[in-house]
Design a protein around this ligand. Sequence first.
Ligand code: ZN
Length: 198
Amino acid sequence: MDYFSGHISDLIEQLASLPSIGTKTAQRLAFHIISMPEEKVERLASALVNTRKNIRYCEECLTLTDADKCPVCRNERRDHKTIMVVETPRDLAAYERTGKYEGVYHVLHGAISPMLGIGPDDIRLKELMRRLEGDVKEVIIATNSTLEGETTAMYISRLIKPTGIKTTRIANGVPVGGDLENIDEVTLLRALEGRTEL
Ligand code: ZN
């Protein structure tokens, strides 16, 4: 990339380091950014910096947000007695896009994976159990249908059993090995509606 000036090469390199952006796309984006009005570029840059600076975990569901509580947890119209357990904030976003789920969430930030040495203490399970000491009527386990997601679902359901709280698992409408965020809304809704009690 020596044929570009230092700044342009640096910009392309930074963009190319992002997931699913190859060198060609990075070049295209870089030249697009260069051609943008300066104030637009400044808005983009400060959006990046401000988001990163202000990001924190929701004190209730642990999703990423920029306030003490995320918009879902802040919303009093949501059913706070139904908690859907997901692996990542992106999974939460996928269910929010369906616009049909009325409960709240709990984000684990990962899944149990003996192969990768990720145990129950490495994901946000303790926080979930603490929430269940409150008034909860159902826990919907919506971890991915991967080996790790299934292992995690089984582990959680065993953990919750003694509390007597109803625990359900989303249906297998979600293809095995599928990441929740890549699945269309109809399939997600079907998986949610077809959930079974554990
Ligand atoms: Zn929240």
